[in-house]
Design a protein around this ligand. Structure first.
Ligand code: MTE
Length: 329
C-alpha cells in the first residue's frame, strides 16, 4: 500500500518539534546515522511552514548557536508553557495575557540606548549590539518568586560580552535596564489601574552583570524570542527570582548609585533588590522552600524542593560572601 506523505500543519509543527528534531538530527549525524527518519518537521520548517519573524541577520546568528556547558540536563518545560504561561505585565497580569495581547508588538527594527559611566555611549541598532558575538544555547532553570519554575532552552550571549563593548568606567557600580515604553502596543501600560510603574526597571550590581552565567537572551527553543518572552532581547539571571530577568530591553545605563527597581518601588518588603532564590527566606505571604515545576497535572502539582541560588550556588555564592541574605533578600 502506498502511504501518503503527511502534510504537517503549522499548529502540529511547533518550534519545540523543530527544535527537538534538529537536536536529534545533530545527534544522529554525530553518530553517523541516517538523518532521513528525522526529516519530517525540519522539512516543514524548511518549507517555511514555521516562520520566524526575526530579520535574516538574527536568524543566521541564532542558527550558528553552540551548546553551553552551563546547561542543565533536566527535562525541558514544553514550548506551550514557556510561551503561554508568562509574566509580562505590560501585556496584562493574567498568565495567558502576554501571548494573547503581545501579538501586535513590533520588536524590529530595534535599538538600544546606552548611557552613563562608560567610554562609549549612544543609541545602537540591535544588529550592531550583537554583531560578531557567538550565540549559545543555555538550558537554565527559571524560578519565579511566585513559586513555580520551568526549564528553558534559551539562545543568547553572555551579558558581559555586550557590556564590554561600551567599556564601562571603574566608577560604574550598577547596571540599570529599562523595558521599552510603548503604550500603543502594550495594553498593560495604558491600563487605568497599574500594580507597577512603567517603564519596568531592573538593576544588577556590576559584578552580577559581568558574571558568566548572566545571559542576554535573544531566542528560545531554537528561534527568536516570541513577544511574550521579551522580544527582541531580555535578561536571564538564573540564580535570581524571575522578575530580575527584564524583558524587551531598550535602555542600558552604567551608574554609581543604586536606583530603585520597579518591584522595590511597588513593594520593598515583598520584593528585594537582590532577589536571590533562597528556600530559607520566605516571601511575607508564602514559603519559598518548594516550587511547582511546570507542567503539573490534574493529579500532581509536581512540587520539588527549591535549591539555594536556584541550584547555581557553586557558581555564585561567593558574590554574596559576608552578606546576611535574610536582610538583603
Ligand atoms: N519584564 C517586564 N518588562 N515586565 C514583566 O512583567 N515579569 C518578570 C520577568 N520580566 C516581567 C519582566 C517575571 S515576574 C518573570 S517570572 C519573568 O519575566 C517571566 O519570564 P517568562 O515569561 O519568559 O517565563
Amino acid at each position: 500500500m502506498k502511504t501518503q506523505p503527511t502534510k504537517l500543519t503549522e499548529a502540529a509543527v511547533t518550534p519545540e518539534a523543530v527544535y527537538l528534531n534538529r537536536r536529534q538530527y545533530l545527534k544522529a549525524s554525530a553518530l553517523g546515522l541516517g538523518a532521513a527518519a528525522f526529516s519530517g518537521a525540519s522539512q516543514a520548517a524548511d518549507d517555511g511552514q514555521l516562520s520566524d519573524p526575526a530579520p535574516l541577520w538574527m536568524k543566521t546568528q541564532l542558527n550558528e548557536s553552540t551548546a553551553s556547558p552551563f546547561s542543565t540536563n533536566e527535562a525541558l518545560t514544553p514550548y506551550e508553557y514557556v510561551t503561554g504561561y508568562n509574566n509580562f505585565y505590560e501585556f496584562g497580569t493574567d498568565k495567558s495575557d502576554p501571548e494573547k495581547y503581545g501579538q501586535g508588538f513590533e520588536p524590529h527594527p530595534w535599538s538600544v540606548m546606552v548611557s552613563g559611566a562608560a567610554e562609549k555611549t549612544g543609541t545602537f541598532d540591535l544588529e550592531d549590539v550583537l554583531k560578531g558575538l557567538s550565540v549559545e544555547e543555555r538550558i537554565y532553570r527559571l524560578r519565579c518568586v511566585e513559586a513555580w519554575s520551568m526549564v528553558i532552552p534559551w539562545l543568547g550571549v553572555p551579558l558581559s560580552s555586550i557590556l564590554a563593548r561600551y567599556r564601562p568606567l571603574s566608577r560604574a557600580k550598577y547596571v540599570v535596564f529599562e523595558t521599552v515604553y510603548r503604550p500603543e502596543q502594550m495594553p498593560g501600560q495604558r491600563a487605568f489601574f497599574n500594580a507597577i510603574d512603567y517603564p519596568y526597571v531592573e538593576v544588577l550590581r556590576i559584578d552580577e552583570a559581568m558574571h558568566p552565567l548572566t545571559l542576554m537572551a535573544v531566542g528560545v527553543y531554537g528561534r527568536s524570542l516570541p513577544n511574550q518572552n521579551g522580544a527582541p532581547l531580555r535578561l536571564v539571571v538564573p540564580w535570581k527570582y524571575g522578575f530580575k530577568s527584564i524583558k524587551s530591553i531598550q535602555k542600558i545605563s552604567f551608574v554609581e548609585q543604586r536606583p530603585k527597581t520597579t518591584w522595590e518601588r511597588a513593594n520593598p518588603r515583598e520584593y528585594g533588590f537582590f532577589a536571590n532564590v533562597n528556600p530559607k527566606v520566605s516571601h511575607p505571604r508564602w514559603s519559598q522552600a518548594e516550587e511547582r515545576r511546570l507542567p503539573g497535572s490534574l493529579f500532581s502539582a509536581n512540587r520539588i524542593p527549591t535549591k539555594m541560588f536556584n541550584g547555581y550556588a557553586n557558581e555564585v555564592a561567593s558574590l554574596y560572601q559576608g552578606l546576611d541574605l535574610s536582610v538583603y533578600y
